[in-house]
Design a protein around this ligand. Structure first.
Ligand code: SF4
Ligand code: SF4
Ligand code: SF4
Length: 355
């Protein structure tokens, strides 16, 4: 006997209407089927409430095709394991979103929230050290991974550096020197490496049960090869040793020399992007305790996605303690972070960012 699925479908439609944009089959076909991302699972055809999709066999490959009238309900797109319409696909689990800035008087970038949170954790002895990327003293703006154990060294390291740094290696060396509690700040790829060390039975944290790590991820669209950045700046008449600040905001790569700021569309530096970043789908660091960046908050503030109970508690305690100021945001605030995450995912699939 056929079972009646109407209630389930209505419920799904209600959730989709409230929580997501609704897309027609064409979007699924364009983004998943035609790009080769389809895993041939048949979930789209099985989920269509009006049986508009047929899984056809073409050269022994299962290919979902639209054979009926699509009502643009969006269910096939939402059920597909290779689409990325729902928040958790794009950003992972988020317990709360915050808008934060430092209360300390030191030179900082984008709200200085990360540095102040780490400073608070050091002050309260929650961690023995923080592993961060600092500027090399030999090559200007070349990132060097460093473990800092006091606020003075932490503040001296401020400033965003857009090249890969070996913070994970530095973290492990710290634990091997008998440190037991560290925070690490890195891009999503770094945090993913740490997460694997936590999850895999042979991973570092599965073996060393004493080691405790607090993971802070920085929003990241891409990082650049150091030599290519130096060459780019050279071409536009800037010596990297004179640069006071780098920033990426609103699709612009911004470089400050003294009080003068110049900017270029980030696309002009595509050739300088690290090859690894072409394989990256994660903007915000889904496995972090806190994910931080300048997307979604006014200038001078940092947007923070708190993903774990520990992350939420540290934010609340640091605000209470006066190390940072800020407020919790409504989930709507996540929209611009989600849009950036979707842009990155589209880039990965070689798609236009338009929907
Ligand atoms: S009716 Fe809904 S589930 Fe069916 S093809 Fe169209 S969008 Fe997909
Ligand atoms: S649900 Fe997605 S992955 Fe599965 S067959 Fe349909 S398009 Fe392919
Ligand atoms: S784009 Fe991805 S791979 Fe590249 S630095 Fe950022 S997180 Fe790492």
């Amino acid at each position: 006997m056929d079972r009646d699925y109407n209630v389930t479908i209505e419920e799904i439609q209600r959730v989709l209407k409230e929580k997501t944009k609704r897309f027609a089959f064409k979007k699924l076909e364009r983004e998943v089927v035609k790009t080769g991302a389809c895993v041939e699972c048949g979930a789209c055809a099985a989920s269509c409430p009006v049986n508009a999709i047929t899984g056809e066999r073409i050269n022994d490959k299962y290919v979902p095709k639209l054979t009926g009238d699509c009502t643009s309900c969006g269910i096939c797109y939402a059920m597909c394991p290779r689409s990325f319409v729902l928040e958790e696909h794009l950003l992972g689990n988020v317990k709360s979103i915050w808008k934060i800035r430092t209360t300390a008087n030191y030179k900082h970038q984008d709200g200085g929230a990360v540095t102040s949170i780490l400073g608070y954790m050091l002050d309260t002895k929650m961690i023995e050290g923080a592993v961060i990327a600092c500027k090399s003293t030999e090559k200007p703006w070349m990132p060097i991974a460093k473990t800092v154990t006091n606020k003075e060294d932490l503040y001296a390291c401020g400033g965003t550096i857009y090249s890969h740094a070996q913070v994970v290696d530095e973290m492990i060396q710290g634990f091997k020197k008998n440190l037991t509690s560290l925070a690490i700040v890195g891009t999503a790829c770094n945090i993913d490496a740490v997460h694997r060390m936590e999850e895999h039975p042979a991973g570092f944290f599965s073996i060393d049960k004493k080691a405790s790590i607090f993971k802070v991820s920085l929003f990241c669209m891409e990082s650049f090869n150091y030599q290519d950045i130096v060459a780019f700046l050279d071409k536009v008449g800037i010596d990297i040793k004179n640069v006071a600040r780098f920033a990426i905001a609103g699709g612009q790569f911004k470089v400050s020399v003294g009080d003068d700021e110049q900017s270029w569309p980030v696309g002009e530096l595509d050739y300088a992007a690290a090859s690894s970043c072409a394989f990256c789908q994660d903007l915000s660091g889904k496995h972090a305790d806190l994910s931080c960046g300048n997307i979604g908050s006014d200038e001078g503030w940092t947007t923070v996605l708190a993903r774990t109970d520990r992350g939420v508690k540290i934010i609340k305690d640091a605000i209470k303690n006066g190390a940072i100021e800020g407020e919790q945001l409504e989930s709507d605030a996540m929209l611009s972070v989600m849009n950036s995450a979707r842009f990155k995912m589209n880039k990965y699939y070689g798609l236009s960012s338009k929907h």
